[in-house]
Design a protein around this ligand. Structure first.
Ligand SMILES: [Zn+2]
Length: 170
């Protein structure tokens, strides 16, 4: 089981909960809201705490220790009245960000589908253009091949760019 941490200022007798350290994201889970059953998922409150206690003796304390347990019971929780609101705001911002990303991806795919349609249409038009001279027909054939190549390239981009179902937003 991963350890959770708290940061304590022994000068002010105040603490802030950091949750577990997430090495991949390079941050802590952040303060926890029981109301929203969720961590802050950022170091925003940790940074506020550090700035509020600049020059004070601040210590990182792991859970399942006497100091951690006694701090929970004895010390003041930093910004306690704002934690639920911060966590809710962070949650809403994360959801909005994820919606924006999905929207942008969808829009990008739509633009590519339209482009592919246009290229295919143009290639077909060129292939049906009658030409009297040999030079003209060579030119039209080249143009048709170029358009088909472009349509194929767009097709590949569409296939590679499709969002995989169930993929978590980063
Ligand atoms: Zn302090």
């Amino acid at each position: 089981m991963q350890r959770e941490f708290m940061l304590i200022c022994s000068y002010c007798d105040e603490y802030t909960l950091l949750g577990c350290y997430l090495p991949k994201q390079g941050r802590f889970q952040g303060e926890h809201s029981i109301v929203h059953n969720r961590h802050l998922e950022s170091d925003a409150l940790l940074c506020k705490f550090l700035v509020a206690h600049v020059g004070h003796p601040v210590r990182l304390v792991p859970d399942r220790t006497d100091e951690y347990t006694s701090a929970l019971a004895r010390l003041t929780r930093f910004a306690e009245d704002d934690i639920d609101r911060y966590v809710l705001e962070a949650k809403l911002a994360a959801e909005a960000h994820s919606r924006d990303r999905e929207f942008d991806q969808g829009l990008g795919q739509l633009q590519l589908l339209i482009l592919r349609q246009m290229l295919n249409h143009e290639a077909e038009t060129v292939s049906r253009t009658p030409s009297l001279r040999e030079a003209d027909s060579q030119f039209l054939l080249g143009k048709q091949q170029a358009l088909e190549w472009a349509a194929q390239t767009v097709e590949e981009i569409i296939r590679k760019g499709s969002p995989r179902p169930g993929r978590e937003p980063a």
